[in-house]
Ligand binder design. Structure first.
Ligand code: IMP
Ligand code: MG
Length: 189
């Protein structure tokens, strides 16, 4: 896991009523994803896991990560929601479930960001009930200082500070997911 806080801020981005600044570039994200994929390639060399992308936020990360892994893999999608505007509502809802049984299978949950950990706690609880052989968590980003749940993050590309970010799949009220780089909420609002 790496900390990320030293990129010079260059570009401003207005999304709805908020201003954001460049925080993590696309190239840096790709570098970290390749490193994460190498860890997975070692661990799953002789396995055939299912990678489960958590919608909506993880769709960009998942698309890049699955193309870097070298083991046979199935890809599925589940949808959870909890965030509204700049914060979590604390209530995590499963919006769409898996279409088939995962009993006895190795699962890699692909998540965009782990903030309080409430969403991941609910996801891991759901997977336990489904009888998976193993469940590991791979996330693009983590805000370690905000974690309030006792969950294990097995693979994490980048560790960041507490601020709200958008881009590369992450949104502010539905917007900003299509930005190539990651932007951070500007301090001067
Ligand atoms: P948690 O349940 O508090 O860990 O929040 C996890 C979910 O909230 C993630 O899957 C994201 O969709 C969303 N989220 C957390 N932090 C941010 C952020 O900084 N920007 C955008 N979405 C976020
Ligand atoms: Mg999410």
């Amino acid at each position: 896991m790496h900390s990320y806080n030293n990129l010079p801020k260059q570009t401003n981005m207005q999304v709805l009523d908020k201003e954001f600044e460049l925080y993590i570039t696309y190239d840096e994200i790709q570098k970290r994803i390749k490193a994460l994929a190498e860890e997975l390639n070692k661990e799953y060399k002789d396995k055939c896991p299912i990678m489960v992308c958590i919608l909506n936020g993880a769709f960009v990360f998942a698309a890049d990560l699955v193309r870097e892994v070298q083991f046979p893999v199935e890809i599925e999608f589940m949808k959870y929601s909890s965030y509204e505007g700049l914060g979590t509502t604390g209530i995590v809802n499963k919006v769409t479930d898996l279409p088939k049984s995962i009993e006895g299978r190795d699962i890699i949950v692909i998540e965009d960001i782990i903030d309080t950990g409430c969403t991941m706690e609910k996801i891991l609880c759901d997977f336990k009930e489904k009888g998976a052989a193993s469940v590991k968590v791979a996330c693009l980003l983590q805000k370690p200082d905000k974690l309030i749940k006792d969950i294990k993050v097995d693979y994490c590309a980048l560790s960041i500070k507490n601020d709200f970010i958008i881009g590369y799949g992450l949104d502010y009220d539905g917007f900003g997911r299509n930005l190539k780089d990651i932007y951070i909420l500007s301090e001067k609002q």
